[in-house]
Design a protein. Structure first.
Length: 318
């Protein structure tokens, strides 16, 4: 199987000139249909690479249950909780871990800073009202029922959004992600090009992750946007820690939990790597959640769940 978890902005309607180049290069398809396919692909499969699985097995500790995971996370300053976006078991595990850790802040890949600013403890526990407040039905993410228990579990924590808004993604593509990110771009590694071999590997991953349907000129853009989203998540953590230091959240310990896809949670190239550049003083622990033992990337702890039955999203590109 192929991972499709990293598609940009999970169904955003307008994501810039390069995506329109991509759309034109594909077989004739209504653009709305292409976007819908992108949203499906964004939640479809856990990463599955034999070589990376072997590397992960040597690096990560396999856990058999949430009760086995929690003790491995308690001493961390920042805990990344990966997921395959449409796997219910992964969200159940996230909710149980958040409830057990009782972090001071939760950083979300799925919501923007503006959306997070409007959240209250009561709203976080009211599923229908929260879904409406976040306009979840139009977000492109899987059904809200999967995420509601995670929001509710963290109702006592400060909430920080790290999603780059749809309208801003096009600007990032036109300006370049470093310029778009601003003065802090260097701190999170965005001003430095990737080593040639890593750039090539990431572009190959993006091509495979998107059903081999992307034109070559789109691949560097996808890599850049993935790096931007990693940096945005890392900056969300730094923002959360700054808020906690300023006393915005009255918690005994300033632990931050990040809810994100496995691709952003991986230690070797995801948001933890960007965060280490900006805050090398932090102790970071990353949980990867696999499906049927398959996952791509390097993590500290792995928790497995059965694969979700889903149609092949690549059929939409044929």
């Amino acid at each position: 199987m192929t991972n499709h978890s990293n598609f940009i902005n999970k169904g955003a309607t307008y994501i810039g000139r390069a995506f329109f180049i991509c759309a034109a290069a594909l077989r004739p398809m209504a653009f709305g249909g292409l976007v819908s396919a992108a949203a499906i692909i964004g939640t479809a499969h856990a990463d599955q690479s034999a070589s990376q699985t072997a590397q992960t097995a040597q690096t990560a500790t396999a856990a058999t249950s949430v009760s086995d995971v929690v003790p491995r996370l308690t001493d961390a300053d920042v805990v990344f909780l990966g997921e395959v976006h449409d796997n219910p078991a992964h969200h159940t595990a996230q909710a149980e871990i958040v409830a057990a850790l009782a972090p001071a802040a939760v950083v979300w890949e799925m919501i923007t800073p503006a959306q997070a600013a409007g959240l209250t403890p009561d709203l976080l526990q009211d599923g229908p009202a929260l879904a409406e407040a976040l306009d979840w039905a139009q977000s492109g993410w899987p059904e809200f029922a999967l995420y509601q228990p995670v929001f509710a579990a963290g109702h006592g924590a400060a909430q920080v959004g790290a999603l780059v808004p749809r309208a801003e993604t096009r600007r990032a593509m036109e300006q370049g992600v470093a310029r778009f990110f601003g003065a802090e771009a260097a701190a999170y590694g965005l001003t430095e090009p990737l080593p040639e071999a890593e750039q090539a590997a990431r572009e190959a991953d993006q091509l495979a992750n998107h059903c081999n349907a992307m034109p070559a000129e789109m691949l560097p853009v996808l890599v850049d946007l993935q790096r931007l989203r990693d940096a945005a998540l890392a900056r969300g953590v730094v923002t959360a820690l700054a808020q906690l230091t300023d006393g915005i959240a009255d918690q005994p310990r300033a632990q931050v939990v990040v809810i994100t896809g496995n691709g952003h949670a991986r230690l070797d190239r995801g948001a933890p790597a960007a965060l280490r550049l900006a805050r090398p003083d932090l102790k970071i622990v990353a949980l990867g959640q696999s499906e049927g033992g398959q996952i791509d990337g390097v993590f500290d702890v792995l928790l497995d769940a059965p694969p979700v039955s889903r149609p092949d999203p690549c059929l939409a590109f044929q």
